[in-house]
Design a protein around this ligand. Structure first.
Ligand SMILES: Nc1ncnc2c1ncn2[C@@H]1O[C@H](COP(=O)(O)OP(=O)(O)OP(=O)(O)O)[C@@H](O)[C@H]1O
Ligand SMILES: [Mg+2]
Length: 229
């Protein structure tokens, strides 16, 4: 699903490496937390996964595709096979919840009937069918992130990548969002979440990859956010 070998990244030739010698594999169906202090390189790693940036050295493949040699014209197809969830939701605020989801389906050329069916289905999954025609700006933060999740799964991606999906939410709402991600994972979707949310990481007992200064300091199944000092 994701294969990373001898991966290094720096943002310019005269700056330091922000990721160094990363080696790991994420298998289909896994749920993985990426944790570590601010500046450790979590978002950079996720940006590499969606080919927003190209690594300085090393190899990275996603869904069997080599991202280093991938031609520009294939990138939109890669992105369509990955569902992204962001800390700041990145929804179209003046549009309805329904429109936000329908939009990503329209891009793939789905028919109007299919768009209606899929949108209603994913709104059901996140428990927000009754808000389908509310404008996003009239929804709470937790509701907006549930719409963000619904949008991410609308195309039935094999992989969901979330960067601090609960960073702007209170603890109860955060647990709700992470539980939804876990349910999506139980249906077979691979989920990778960068987070600072110590309580959730410890509670979920999933694989935890710990980054520090751009290096992996631990990679454990049923891991915790940080070992006792
Ligand atoms: N576009 C960029 N240009 C130059 N340097 C960058 C850029 N984006 C990030 N960096 C640097 O790369 C390093 C890793 O940043 P990154 O955003 O990946 O960390 P992070 O682990 O996601 O941190 P946080 O927990 O604060 O989100 C930092 O030193 C940061 O300053
Ligand atoms: Mg980050």
């Amino acid at each position: 699903m994701i294969e990373v070998k001898a991966l290094y990244h720096r943002y310019s030739k005269d700056s330091d490496f922000v990721l160094s010698d990363l080696n790991f594999t994420i298998k289909r169906g896994e749920f993985v937390f990426i944790v570590g202090p601010s500046g450790a390189g979590k978002s950079t790693l996720l940006k590499l996964f969606i080919r927003e940036i190209v690594p300085s050295q090393g190899s990275i493949s996603i869904l069997g595709q080599d991202l280093v040699t991938m031609p520009q014209k294939k990138i939109p197809f890669l992105r369509r096979s990955i569902g992204m969830v962001f800390q700041d939701f990145r929804l179209l605020e003046d549009r309805t919840a329904f429109d936000n989801i329908a939009f990503v389906l329209r891009v793939t050329g789905a028919s109007a009937g299919e768009i209606n069916r899929r949108t209603s289905h994913v709104l059901d999954l996140v428990g927000l069918r009754h808000k389908a025609y509310a404008r996003v700006c009239d929804l709470s933060g937790g509701e907006q992130q549930r719409i963000g999740l619904a949008r991410a799964i609308a195309n039935r991606p094999a992989l969901i990548i979330a960067d601090e999906p609960t960073g702007n939410l209170d603890p109860v709402t955060s647990l709700d969002i992470m539980s939804l991600l876990r349910q999506i994972n139980l249906r077979g979707t691979t989920v990778v979440v960068a987070t600072h949310d110590r309580d959730i990481v410890d509670r979920f007992q999933k694989r935890v990859i710990h980054l520090e200064n751009g290096r992996i300091t631990s990679d454990e199944q049923k891991g915790v956010y940080a070992r006792a000092l």
